[in-house]
Design a binder for this molecule. Sequence first.
Ligand code: SAM
Length: 191
Amino acid sequence: MSEWDSVAENVDFNLEISDENFVKTVSQEAKILDFGCGYGRIANQLYHLGYRHLVGIDCSIKMINRGLIEFPHLDLRYFPGSILPFADNEFDSIVTCAVFTCIPNQDVRKHILIELRRVLKPNGVLYLAEFCSEQSQRFTSSAGVPMWHSQQRELKIILDGFNVEQSQVVENSTMSGHASHASHIFARKTI
Ligand SMILES: C[S@@+](CC[C@H](N)C(=O)[O-])C[C@H]1O[C@@H](n2cnc3c(N)ncnc32)[C@H](O)[C@@H]1O
């Protein structure tokens, strides 16, 4: 059982992605993986931007069940394992939104990144939208989930085999309304 199951029915995630930069960087025909899609909020946003080749995957069955009810037009899949059920080089782009934020261990983050890189095509674009903090803060969220608002530098360290093409830090309040920041990184898989 995922620690996210208990809040899946009523949580409303609020970290924003940059539509403008995504549309400029990723073509409409792209096959996109929304890794850690939760209930499909971001995949649905991409759908409304015109993207149609979308797959969302999440390790919380209750998040996926909610998403399939709220957004029946989306391909959302429950997958609790660590080796993704996709071929090498399958996706043109991968998005994570507030996923590494709730993985407070750098080695676990690195393992996930290796797997994301495997399923991304050479030259494919990884978009990480994650909460961050200058002070690198680990804490337990009001939902009872361990969090790590790492420095943007700590997110970039795990991007082995990628070229960072754009990176920004912007203001984004947390779900509980506290002032905070988010890191937006577009990185391309090196060949
Ligand atoms: C804060 S939520 C964000 C959900 C969604 N990306 C959004 O922004 O609306 C983080 C999600 O990542 C998922 N997650 C965390 N670790 C994961 C893993 N190793 N594999 C798949 N999903 C994971 C959790 O189940 C949770 O739904």
